[in-house]
Ligand binder design. Sequence first.
Ligand code: GAR
Length: 193
Amino acid sequence: MKNIVILISGGGSNMAAIVRTAQQQDWARTLGARVAAVVSNKADAKGLAFAREQGIATEVLDHRAFDSREAFDAALAEVIDRHDPAVVVLAGFMRILTPGFVARYAGRLVNIHPSLLPAFTGLHTHQRAIDAGCKFAGCTVHLVTAELDVGPILEQAVVPVLAGDTADTLAARVLTQEHVIYSRAVAGLLQKQ
Ligand code: GAR
């Protein structure tokens, strides 16, 4: 069985969308894959409760307990490797990862970013798209490389920016598309493993 390990920091709606798609499409049978664990750097991440309800193993590793990014990432890799991952999925995991961590999972570490990369890397993507007068916004699933939000693009989806949009209304529109493309991209990656 190919194990998927999903990293979250908050609501975990992308994680939940992947878990539900895996159930609906019976990934165990069709892809020989399952979501083996959900790992969070925050004990109060809302998504953890959903994962537990689904019978998925959960782990919490608080980054504040570590002196350096390197020390946190080394401990994080240990936690992840306990679940023997074929694919590691960053789903709203709001930590910058060290080059060593990224290299360890090269080619099987994916991220979703709420913009049409290469536009608007980093934070506050929706407000920046509105401020720039963009007529379209969207989201991108990409392989993670050492540079933030820059790895090879696997999937994108586009939504319109509507008159009167706020960062919140645009984020909600983009998020519905995130839930569609992330599962598809993860399934595609699993097929190649
Ligand atoms: C999503 O919009 C995701 O694209 C974004 O955080 C949100 C997490 O939502 N990720 C980033 O900004 C990464 N730089 P979720 O916890 O409900 O999946």
